[in-house]
Design a protein around this ligand. Structure first.
Ligand SMILES: O=C(O)CCC(=O)C(=O)O
Ligand SMILES: [Fe+2]
Length: 251
């Protein structure tokens, strides 16, 4: 499974290779990243790296099916979110918005014991960058959320995993779109010494989508809090900020 990752972060990432905002150590997790297939010069798209089918037969097809179904679920949730924001249910269903979404999937394995006082985490505190994340977890506790990131000291609450249910995290681009009506969820993962496995499916708008405050989320007394930004510009910046120098793994 340890197919080396490439510069576009596809494939396997070892423990300590990813770092969240304001963290000293990397995360105590290993992961396998599956992005969208594309030609090498398309930003955010690249041929995925798959394990040898002789070793894991049928794995690629299973992952591709999961990817397709997770996208279907996210698009259905996007319709509910649109109605909640007082725009048409199909508001996000345009080619510019969710027509060619930048969807990424990360299969995660956590290990070891976290110690937040020493900055040691399974996954350090962060919010996801995109529109929303569909998270499937096993029954090992670990995920915590902070409902109000501005209250200090921060209060962290465990999220129980419910068999057969997904956790949906609001991402930063949806916070921008909704002018802060939907707040992106600050979350982290603590290791408790047990192995923990999860699958995160990240939904991000189309590459050239301009994410700007929805007409229904602003008024004279409530002007847009964030400037309009192109999805790819925003994501490039956020991904660059969260990666440890990849060159150390290219031996
Ligand atoms: O594993 C989890 O429960 C959370 C994963 C996560 O937050 C992420 O990969 O962004
Ligand atoms: Fe996350």
């Amino acid at each position: 499974m340890k197919v080396l990752k490439n510069e576009k972060h596809q494939g396997y990432s070892p423990v300590l290779s990813q770092i969240s905002d304001n963290q000293i150590h990397g995360d105590y997790k290993e992961s396998f990243f599956i992005g969208i297939e594309g030609s090498n010069d398309t930003p955010f798209c690249r041929a995925n790296i798959w394990p040898n089918p002789d070793v894991l037969s049928g794995w690629q097809a299973t992952m591709e099916k999961y990817h397709q179904e997770a996208l279907r679920v996210c698009k259905a949730i996007a319709r509910v979110l649109a109605l909640a924001l007082n725009v048409d249910g199909d508001y996000f269903d345009t080619p510019e918005m969710l027509g060619n979404p930048l969807t990424f999937m990360r299969l995660l394995h956590y290990e070891g014991m976290s110690d937040p006082s020493k900055g040691i985490y399974g996954c350090g505190p962060h919010s996801d960058f995109g529109m929303m994340t569909l998270l499937g977890t096993d029954s090992v506790m670990g995920l915590q959320i902070c409902k109000d990131r501005d209250v200090k000291p921060r209060k962290w609450e465990y999220i129980l995993s419910i068999k057969g249910a997904y956790i949906v995290n609001i991402g930063d681009l949806l916070e921008r779109w909704s002018n802060g009506i939907f707040k992106s969820t600050l979350h982290r993962v603590l290791g408790n010494g047990q192995d923990r496995y999860s699958i995160a499916f990240f939904l991000q708008p189309s590459h050239d989508c301009i994410v700007e405050c929805l007409p229904t989320c602003q008024s004279e007394n409530n002007p847009p809090k964030y400037p309009a930004i192109k999805c790819s510009t925003y994501l490039t910046q956020r991904y660059q900020d969260s990666q440890v120098d990849l060159s150390i793994y290219k031996k």
